[in-house]
Write a new protein. Structure first.
Length: 68
């Protein structure tokens, strides 16, 4: 799976809220909301945000994919 797909899956997750992701990663809730709703394009995300979100996804992969 690629990084963009990981981030998309994370932001669309019902298991972990964007609020919790924001608190755990330090990325502003509004920024996460913009990516989740498509207002901002994940492919244009700041590199540090992409790294943080991908690492967060990988750390929580078992929780995020339990319903797949």
């Amino acid at each position: 799976m690629n990084i963009k797909e990981n981030i998309q899956k994370l932001l669309e997750s019902k298991e972990i809220s964007n609020y919790k992701i924001s608190k755990d990663t330090g990325i502003a809730p509004m920024t996460l909301s913009d990516y989740a709703t498509g207002k901002s394009i994940i492919g244009n995300m700041k590199l540090d945000h992409a790294i943080k979100l991908n690492e967060y996804y990988l750390k929580n992969k078992d929780i995020l994919e339990k319903n797949i």
